[in-house]
Ligand binder design. Sequence first.
Ligand code: MN
Length: 201
Amino acid sequence: MAFELPALAYAYNALEPHIDARTMEIHHSKHHQAYVTNLNNAIAGTDAENMSIEAICSNISKYAPAVRNNGGGHFNHDLFWKVIGPNAGGEPTGELAAAIDAAFGNFDTFKQQFAAAATTRFGSGWAWLIVGADKKLAICSTPNQDNPLMDVADVKGTPLLGLDVWEHAYYLNYQNRRPDYIAAFWNVVNWNEVARRLQTA
Ligand code: MN
């Protein structure tokens, strides 16, 4: 079963002005599509052909660099499109809000620490909110298309929220101003989806 590019649940222009339509279109239809195509090519004829993307990631050290780069790219973007959306932003509620308060003190401190992880990731990579094996929330970042599911990750856990800080995610609209993109990101976070992921982690 080959992996496929997932359709977005909203239009390319649905996240404006925070993330512009042209960036969304190229990011989804070109960048993510390339990860899917290259992943399928990289796993052809291997046991990974019949595995979930999560299972591939958790055993990533067994596979070629092309599987790590493109498998991570596929998982990460699939998550990203779902944890952002229109009519979003604001603050989490319920168990997610309580878990954030327990781990970070309060929502503003969480946002500051997450933004710092995203800002200071040198070069290309991702910032993450994860739930660890101890059931506690934590913030981490990964280089390139790595993610916290991978057995090679410095900090491991189940990703709840991810922010793509590759230049392709923001350069058309924000150029070198990564901090402005990160600030705008909070306006499109789909906290209901993040909360759902905490429930099923
Ligand atoms: Mn990307």
